[in-house]
Design a protein around this ligand. Sequence first.
Ligand SMILES: Nc1ncnc2c1ncn2[C@@H]1O[C@H](COP(=O)(O)OP(=O)(O)O)[C@@H](O)[C@H]1O
Ligand SMILES: [Mg+2]
Length: 363
Amino acid sequence: LGQLASGIAHDFNNALMPIMGYSDLLLTVPNILNDLEKVKKYLEMIRTSSEDAKDVVDRLRSFYKTQSDKEAFIKVDLNNIIHQVVNLTKPRWKDQSLSNGVTIDILTDLNDIPYINGIESELREALTNLILNSVDAIKLNGIIILRTYCNGDTVTVNVIDNGCGMTDAVLSRCFDPFFSTKGEDGTGLGLSVVYGVIQRHKGSIDVKSKPGEGTTFTISFPALKNDIKEKKEQKTTDVYLKPLHILVVDDDPIVREIISEFLEKDGYTYEFSNNGREGLTKFKSNKFDLVITDKAMPDISGDQLASILREISPQTPIIMLTGFGSIMSSAGEIPDTVDCLLSKPLKLQDFRNAIRDVMEKYN
Ligand SMILES: Nc1ncnc2c1ncn2[C@@H]1O[C@H](COP(=O)(O)OP(=O)(O)O)[C@@H](O)[C@H]1O
Ligand SMILES: [Mg+2]
């Protein structure tokens, strides 16, 4: 588990970086909030990155469940992934480098390429790792070039930098897990993650490097032939339109804030309880159409609350929220006292779907 855990931590930290970087910019750059275009762009990147972080955790979960990986593969435009990754890593290669006296430019040379069959979050993760290695390799001023092209039935991406390069000794070990020349600053996991991603995508990776000149990584993927399935359409939002009065039991103020925004948006009314005991009292003294409860709570847990409520009122739907920690122990199992299990962080779309599904189930 040690290796797995540090791999997860590594991927997770990479996903957190843009979230921290961009929220930092939004909070600290004077007047930035007046530039709505920019605010929207930053928020979009924060969202993409949060989704990636969530995928990292889901990957951990799928380690415990039977692999249903195939479903995660969709038709992917690598050029688009590269655009995203360049933006997502910008706090690192632009702002942070500048403050260390390093100037880095990223040039993109993105050509017409076919789609590939891929997992977007994993591809972003792999490219992020390559870019961050190039950033680390550039000690003063440097350029990173990202190029895509197609030859025959493969799609190729080059990540080229004019950084410090690698000696043959380093080159021969760079893909080894935990091999790093960066001491405290390195985990040595970046390239082994890249390698794993490329393998899962049935691709190949090659690296050329010379000390003092720079490094070129070349990764190739099989191009998608026309007959492969399209990106799964997101279920369109059918908001459950009837008015609902909802009891929400959660002790986390941030979760409550988000849930109240979501519920108000769709015109529902709600009451909050801080804990299971209070929730139970509220439930007995009022009429609710739906209960949403956190799982891990001190005193009465969400599971206990759900089974008590089931006894009192079998016709009231219950949605349970679970946080990070409990994902491992629950491993995706839904307790039979609840109708639906939602994992945090919550996405509006999932939340709406859950409400609609459980309400339709009882009506
Ligand atoms: N673009 C690059 N330029 C120079 N050296 C690199 C580059 N990419 C990887 N390396 C070398 O490979 C090693 C392993 O990389 P990686 O697996 O990402 O771990 P880490 O970045 O944590 O050290 C690095 O420590 C570095 O010595
Ligand atoms: Mg690295």
